[in-house]
Design a protein around this ligand. Structure first.
Ligand SMILES: Nc1ncnc2c1ncn2[C@@H]1O[C@H](COP(=O)(O)O)[C@@H](OP(=O)(O)O)[C@H]1O
Ligand SMILES: CCc1ccc(OS(=O)(=O)O)cc1
Length: 285
């Protein structure tokens, strides 16, 4: 599967919308501002759900913004050509998204007070979500089978590289006051409390009716029907007609797809690679 990537500094990226020249420019020259909010994830961890929630926090639960502006314009991807160009001269506080591993994030982040939210998800569910999603995309070579994709994922031979390296890299930021770590699993289990946590981190307060509107408008079903958020506008250009961002929206779907041997192999790899990090960071384990 590795013949259809754009490689930058040893990490594979999609072939459409990314160039080494622009990635280098973003890495070296993009300036984070203290008032920016950066939404960081490894792909397929619930990125767009978190973006929707943060947008609704900013609009105090009013859905007008999320219903009228595509999600990639509300929180552009700093590493992608389109996102970088729309962000670099943007005035005021910005919402910024990225899937970059820590070593490739624009260097100015380390000197800024920008608030960073890092969302993690059970890598088994990340793997399954990616397997189904990338099959419908035009910018990543399709895996022939789940078996092939499983092998690529554990080797880090997928876009944005190894999940294990991504987590290790960003976890070095834990404890910093401008760095909030959340999990897809806690967001799913208790959305309201997790949104409260995000509000507190961002220094925002929502009235009860604003919170209720946020919860309704960022729910799986409502987001799935919002064409500004469900990626249906990307069909034809980046995704084929089967391209679905909001596929299942559950925790544990991997159990419906992994063989017993794959589950055992994954457990072993996880134990080997993540043993140095506290278990509490991984609420699904
Ligand atoms: N409002 C929501 N509630 C729950 N899950 C959501 C969601 N919006 C998106 N997701 C899930 O997040 C995953 C996509 O992540 P990303 O935004 O990082 O690409 C998909 O997982 P599944 O493929 O397991 O359904 C998708 O269904
Ligand atoms: C521009 C980089 C990018 C954007 C969105 C992607 O899909 S997802 O958010 O992971 O579903 C992938 C890469």
């Amino acid at each position: 599967m590795s013949d259809r990537y754009m490689w930058f500094e040893g990490v594979p990226f999609p072939t459409m919308g990314f160039t080494p020249e622009l990635m280098r420019e973003a890495w070296e020259s993009f300036v984070f501002k203290d008032e920016d909010v950066l939404i960081l994830t490894y792909p397929k961890s619930g990125t767009n759900w978190l973006i929707e929630i943060v947008c609704l926090i900013c609009s105090k639960g009013d859905p007008k913004w999320i219903q009228s502006v595509p999600i990639w314009d509300r929180s552009p991807w700093v590493e992608a050509e389109y996102g970088y160009n729309s962000l670099k001269d943007k005035e005021g506080p910005r919402l910024i998204s990225s899937h970059l591993p820590i070593q490739l994030i624009p260097k100015s982040l380390s000197n800024s007070k920008a608030k960073v939210i890092y969302l993690i998800r059970n890598p088994r569910d990340v793997l399954i979500s990616g397997y189904f999603f990338w099959r419908t995309s035009y910018f990543v070579k399709k895996a022939e089978s789940l078996k092939e994709y499983f092998e690529c994922f554990i080797k880090g031979n997928v876009i944005y590289g190894s999940w294990f390296d991504h987590i290790h890299g960003w976890m070095s930021m834990r404890g910093k006051e401008n760095f909030l770590i959340l999990s897809y699993e806690e967001l799913k289990r208790d959305t309201r409390s997790t949104v409260d946590k995000i509000c507190q981190f961002l220094g925002r307060k929502l009235e009860p009716e604003e919170m209720n509107s946020l919860l309704k408008n960022s729910s799986f079903q409502v987001m799935k029907e919002n064409k500004m958020s469900n990626y249906s506008l990307l069909r034809g250009q980046f995704l084929d007609e089967n391209g679905i961002l909001l596929r299942k929206g559950t925790s544990g779907d991997w159990k419906n797809h992994f063989t017993v041997a794959q589950a055992e192999a994954f457990d072993k790899i996880f134990q080997d690679k993540m043993a140095d990090l506290p278990r509490e960071l991984f609420p699904w384990q």
